[in-house]
Each structure stands twice: as structure tokens, then as C-alpha cells.
Design a protein around this ligand. Structure first.
Ligand SMILES: NC(=O)c1ccc[n+]([C@@H]2O[C@H](COP(=O)([O-])OP(=O)(O)OC[C@H]3O[C@@H](n4cnc5c(N)ncnc54)[C@H](OP(=O)(O)O)[C@@H]3O)[C@@H](O)[C@H]2O)c1
Length: 416
């Protein structure tokens, strides 16, 4: 089965409306059936376990593993834990041991190629080889150049029957940020915006809290929770003094915070600097024009400063994202005003948009994004919608910027 072929074929990861919709909720842990009736059934179960890592495994990929005996009975399952903790395969092997069940001659279904390198944990392919597993069915190949088919090759060399490509697209979409970081050296950028039905995000006097409902805001928090970093602009910090943290979730890790602030106008006592916040880094990207005293005050308040200016004296956004990738950021969740949203869209740096529209009309005010003015309709940024959802009284629209996901079709290793 070819990984490349399955990447370009239609997949159930695509919604009825055409575009894939990123999930923001980990479903309840799946029931463990006593047996599976097909490879696809087993891999679906492994995918359901992978989803359990949605808020947990960053910056590591979300991976699930199911072990079955030759007669199809389920031996064990697992999913990747917080960074530094065991991967899905190790969790499943550990559970098999705890249950006193043998893995000799068993089949492992793993949603992503088992790793072959020593990272924060030992290589999973070695653990599978040592366990006496006879067959390994892989979802997607790992785009990490440190793995690059070596996990697969090492298991084959050890006499294990290995195939790949089953539900590969689902696995890639669950890990779209990890694939983006590995293949494009930049994170996947998801732009979240909330507006009235006529597209107003803030009144002319700056009032914007709250246009959408509590339910929509909670739904938005879940998108924050799955990201590695939340990003905003100086304008929003000055207007709203937001915390931009994740509340109401029991998270082992919290997304870092990025502020795009050329002149370092963020006050050192801004709420987002609060040291009592859950553990996260605050990264302020600036253009280098602010005085040393201002810089020292913000560093003292706990922020990490990075000078990255462009010719216009603003922050160089493309360089910022390349830097975030170096910091192991897979997915960026943007909650900014129309100025920064506009720059990100104009520079082609947005991959996915999540829009909440409230059932109210507000007339004049700030819009969703200020780029342009365009002179021709064809100059617009085309997107593909996923199926809309009603969240409380509001409508949520998810859209993929057309072509943003093309990197997912990169053929990874021709020798497999
Ligand atoms: N409804 C929503 O979804 C939502 C979400 C967030 C915010 N808001 C509202 O949006 C309003 C603030 O919007 P805003 O447009 O003034 O602020 P913003 O977009 O949050 O921040 C814009 C600022 O970012 C800085 N910046 C640095 N480099 C940049 C670059 N390359 N491109 C663009 N900006 C860059 C600029 O300030 P410097 O030159 O000083 O760096 C710029 O003024 C507030 O009223 C807030 O309530 C609404």
C-alpha cells in the first residue's frame, strides 16, 4: 500500500462540505472491544486513542496504538503521553504486560510510523521488535527526518511484516501542525475570529467583550488548548488586556503566548504576564527599536524578547513563524485584531480560519481583517468550507485556505 497514493485519495477526514475540519474536542476514551473484525476496525480504534492525545502530547505527534492477537482479540492499547513520557507503542506494550498477555506473534496497529531515534524516549521500533510482534500496520509515515522510514526499515530487517498507509490521511490531519513543522519548517496557523453577523469584531470605541456567546468562547478555548502557542498583536493587548490562557481544562501543558509588538508597548504588568498563570512562556517579538530600559522591564516581568524587524519597522511575520518552528511549535492559534489578521493573510501565512458569527448586527466598527484594498475579485484569498456548526446561539464556520494543506501530499520516502 502506497503512502503517497493514500494521501491524495479522498478520505473520511474530509467533511461532507469538502474541507477537513480540525477537531477541538477529544472524544471520551473509546470502549475497548474484546476483538476487532478487520485491519481498518483496529486502525480506527488506534485513531480514537490517538485523539486522546489532542491536548497532551505537544510538541510530539498525537499517536495511538492497538495490539491484537492472531485471532483478532484486542490485547492492549495506548496513546502518546506528555513530552518526555512514553509513546503510544510503549503504553500499549506496558498495558499488555500489566494484563499478563503475551505479545509474541501479535499485530500492532500504530497511527504514525514508530520512531527509530533516541529522542526524549528510547526508539519505539526497537521495543516492538523486542516484544516479538509479528506484524505492524502503520497509518502515516513519520515526516521527521530523524525517522524518515528508518523505523519501518529497521522492523522489516528484523523480520516483521510491515505495511503502511491505512487511514494515513486521518493521522496526518490529526497531526497537521507536526507535519507542517517537519515538512515546511513553519507551524500550521489557525486564525480564530469572532464577529457579529455583519462582520464587526469591535465597536468604533473598542468595545468587543463579548460579541459571541459563552458557549462559542468555550469552544474557542478548546482550539487554544490543542495549539502549541497562542498569538496576538500589540493592539489587542492594549485594547483588551487579555489573559489568553486556557481555562476550564485539566491540561498537563499549556500553550505558550506570542505577542507581535514592534515597539514593545505591552505593559510589564499586563495580565498576560501574570506569573500566577499556568506554566507557559511569554515570547514578545519586536522590531528592535524599543529602548533598552523598556526591554529590561519586560524581561524582568518574565517575557522572552526576540528582535525580528522587517523593512517597514514591523515584526517580520514569516521569520517569526520560522523561529516558532525552531521552538517546536506545531500549531499556532491566532487571536488578534484586524491589523495583524490582515498582515498574516496578505503575507499568505494563514492556513485555516475558524469564524464565530453571533446573531446580531452591529453596523460600524473594526472588521475581521484589513488587507488590500484589492481591485479585482479574483485577488481574494480563496478558502474551502467544512460543514458549519451551531455553537449555542452562534454559527461556527471552519475553512481551509485553498492549497494550504498541499504539503501533506509530499512523498516522504521513495524506497518504502
Ligand atoms: N473579535 C475578535 O475575534 C477579536 C480578537 C482579537 C482582538 N479583537 C479586537 O481587535 C482590536 C485590536 O485590533 P488591532 O488591529 O488594533 O490590533 P492587533 O491586530 O491585535 O495588533 C496590531 C498591531 O500589531 C503590531 N504589529 C507588529 N508587526 C506587525 C505586522 N507585521 N503586521 C501587522 N501588525 C503588526 C502593530 O503594532 P506595533 O507597530 O506597535 O507593533 C499593530 O498595530 C481590539 O479592539 C480587540 O478587542 C477582536
Amino acid at each position: 500500500m502506497s503512502d503517497k497514493a493514500s494521501a491524495s485519495s479522498p478520505s473520511s477526514a474530509r467533511s461532507t462540505a469538502g474541507a477537513p475540519a480540525s477537531v477541538n474536542q477529544a472524544a471520551p476514551a473509546p470502549d475497548m472491544p474484546s476483538s476487532v473484525d478487520s485491519d481498518t476496525h483496529a486502525m480506527r480504534l488506534a485513531m480514537a486513542w490517538a485523539l486522546q492525545a489532542l491536548w497532551l502530547s505537544n510538541p510530539n505527534p498525537r499517536v495511538g496504538c492497538v495490539l491484537t492477537a492472531a485471532n483478532g482479540s484486542v490485547i492492549a492499547s495506548g496513546f502518546t503521553q506528555a513530552a518526555g513520557g512514553p509513546h503510544a507503542e510503549a503504553m500499549a506494550l506496558r498495558q499488555a504486560t500489566e494484563r499478563g498477555l503475551s505479545t509474541v506473534g501479535a499485530t500492532a496497529f500504530v497511527t504514525l510510523e514508530p520512531c527509530s531515534h533516541v529522542g526524549r524516549t528510547p526508539p519505539c521500533c526497537d521495543a516492538l521488535i523486542e516484544s516479538g510482534i509479528k506484524r505492524v500496520v502503520i497509518g502515516a509515515l513519520d515526516p521527521n527526518p530523524q525517522v524518515a522510514g528508518q523505523g519501518l526499515a529497521r522492523m522489516r530487517n528484523a523480520g516483521i511484516e510491515v505495511s503502511h498507509g491505512l487511514l494515513a490521511n486521518e493521522s496526518r490531519w490529526l497531526n497537521v501542525g507536526f507535519f507542517s513543522r517537519m515538512l515546511r519548517q513553519r507551524p500550521w496557523v489557525r486564525l480564530k475570529m469572532a464577529a457579529s453577523s455583519d462582520g464587526v469584531t469591535a465597536l468604533p470605541n473598542g468595545n468587543s467583550q463579548w460579541i459571541t456567546s459563552e458557549q462559542a468562547r468555550a469552544d474557542g478555548l478548546a482550539f487554544r488548548a490543542r495549539s502549541c502557542a497562542v498569538l496576538t498583536g500589540a493592539g489587542t493587548v492594549l485594547a483588551d488586556n487579555p489573559r489568553l490562557n486556557v481555562r476550564g481544562f485539566s491540561l498537563q501543558r499549556h500553550p505558550h503566548l506570542v505577542v507581535v509588538d514592534s515597539r514593545l508597548q505591552t505593559p510589564p504588568d499586563a495580565k498576560l504576564m501574570n506569573p500566577t498563570q499556568p506554566v507557559r512562556d511569554v515570547w514578545l517579538y519586536h522590531s528592535g527599536i524599543a529602548g533598552l530600559e523598556v526591554q529590561a522591564g519586560l524581561s524582568e516581568a518574565g517575557a522572552q524578547l526576540r528582535a525580528m524587524g522587517n523593512a517597514a519597522g514591523k515584526v517580520d511575520l514569516a521569520a517569526l513563524f520560522a523561529d516558532l518552528a525552531q521552538r517546536e511549535v506545531n500549531e499556532v492559534h491566532v487571536e488578534a485584531g484586524s491589523a495583524l489578521n490582515g498582515s498574516l493573510l496578505r503575507e499568505g501565512l494563514v492556513d485555516e480560519v475558524v469564524l464565530y458569527f453571533a446573531p446580531t448586527l452591529l453596523g460600524q466598527g473594526l472588521g475581521l481583517s484589513s488587507f488590500g484594498p484589492l481591485t479585482e475579485l479574483v485577488q481574494g484569498i480563496d478558502m474551502d468550507f467544512a460543514a458549519p456548526s451551531l455553537i449555542g446561539p452562534d454559527v461556527r464556520l471552519q475553512a481551509l485556505v485553498r492549497g494550504a494543506d498541499s504539503f501533506l501530499n509530499t512523498p516522504l520516502y521513495t524506497h518504502t
